[in-house]
Design a binder for this molecule. Structure first.
Ligand code: 13P
Ligand code: 13P
Ligand code: MG
Ligand code: MG
Length: 364
């Protein structure tokens, strides 16, 4: 059967500060989506959080970019913001940039990853969600999952993966897209996706079947708002098993923590730490950035699960390593490369401060 999996997320208020989500906010979201399920709009849903970001995982049959589904998500965020306001949570309604809903939540603040597909006999999906980082953070893991045989041995030894995958890359500054075929075009592709704030992997497709394999959220909060309001804290859906990478091949890139943009005030580089949902509590210097992975089996659109994938002990060392990397980065205080270079600080609070000193420069 044809099913659409929509993951729509927003920061509607943090508890405490930007470190966590309040249980009352999650409960309100559950209430809203339960009603939508009873009314027949949703087949199923799962509400969760990554740090201070509220995650709505929904299945339905209305396709991607459905106005009804997007309105349901928007209204849920608005109701949850009410709860956040009552509790005086930090930054209540932070990511809701518009006053009212107008057709599609894209461009209004929330992050969106959606895909429509024919459900397979066994439909395994992994949903990656991050806090304290930018859209584009999925570039490296998606590359490893779908193009690097040292990560994904299926590319070498599984006949149904051997033809490789096609990457849809978005130039988010010029609003253009390009498709790269892996493996033969990986060098060209890496020139671009190695600059994840400019070029983002939006989707990945199986080359033989043309089936969608992965989709990520590429919404950039600062770009939409024209100023710093918080980080994008992106999400990504990856289909697994059969002609797609195995669960373990999808999770493997996170065993070697890499540096991403975000962390304190969205202005730093820091390691992305894989954690269980309950441990997505970025407290040290508002970080380090976190990633959680929830796994589901879909059964006629029902979300069977979740499995909290990074709760596995095998990720303990990655967490240790991320903490060690965090120590090294923190040593630099307000210096680069911990603090972002000036171009990256354009959408932070720094430009305001720069105004004060500008007039005091004299010629050399
Ligand atoms: P499938 O069962 O999806 O082919 O997965 C291959 C595998 O053995 C995973 O490790
Ligand atoms: P969030 O984007 O998660 O709200 O974090 C904002 C921030 O400034 C943390 O220091
Ligand atoms: Mg926040
Ligand atoms: Mg956040």
């Amino acid at each position: 059967m044809g099913v659409t999996l929509s993951v729509i997320k927003a920061d509607v208020g943090g508890f405490v500060g930007h470190t966590e989500s309040h249980p009352d906010v999650l409960a309100k979201a559950g209430e809203c989506l339960e009603k939508a399920k009873k009314e027949g709009l949703l087949i199923d849903y799962h509400v969760t959080k990554c740090g201070d970001d509220l995650q709505l995982i929904m299945t339905h049959q209305l396709g991607v970019d459905s106005e009804k589904i997007h309105k349901q998500a928007w209204d849920t965020f608005v109701w949850c913001t009410e709860v956040a306001r009552k509790l005086k949570l930090h930054g209540a309604g932070q990511d809701l940039l518009a006053d009212s809903f107008s057709g599609n939540v894209k461009g209004m603040g929330p992050g969106v990853a959606e895909m429509e597909f024919e459900e397979r006999t066994a439909e395994t999906v992994i949903i990656l969600m991050a806090d304290k980082t930018s859209a584009g953070a999925w570039n490296m893991p998606l590359y490893k999952i779908f193009a690097d045989p040292f990560n994904t041995v299926g590319l070498v030894i599984a006949p149904n993966m051997h033809a490789g995958f096609a990457f849809e890359v978005h130039d988010v500054k010029e609003h253009k897209k390009i498709i790269f075929n892996a493996p033969e075009e990986i060098y060209d592709m890496l020139v671009l996706i190695g600059a994840p704030s400019h070029y983002m992997v939006k989707a990945v497709y199986h080359r033989e079947s043309g089936e969608i394999a992965a989709v990520s959220s590429t919404q950039q909060l600062s770009f939409l708002a024209g100023r710093y309001v918080g980080k994008d804290d992106p999400v990504c859906i990856v289909r697994s098993q059969g002609q797609f990478p195995a669960v373990g091949e999808i999770l493997e890139p996170f065993t070697a923590p890499f540096l991403v943009e975000g962390w304190m005030r969205g202005s730093h580089q820091g390691p992305l730490m894989p954690v269980a949902v309950k441990d997505s509590t970025p407290c040290r210097f508002d970080g380090p950035p976190r990633v959680v992975a929830l796994g589901f089996q879909l059964s006629s659109g029902k979300l069977v699960g979740p499995g909290d994938m990074f709760s596995d002990k095998a990720f303990d060392r990655a967490r240790e390593q991320a903490n060690h990397m965090a120590d090294i980065m923190r040593r630099h205080g307000p210096f680069e490369p911990h603090r972002l270079p000036l171009e990256g600080m354009e959408y932070t609070t720094l430009p305001e401060v720069m105004k004060h000193v500008k007039g005091r420069f004299t010629d050399l």
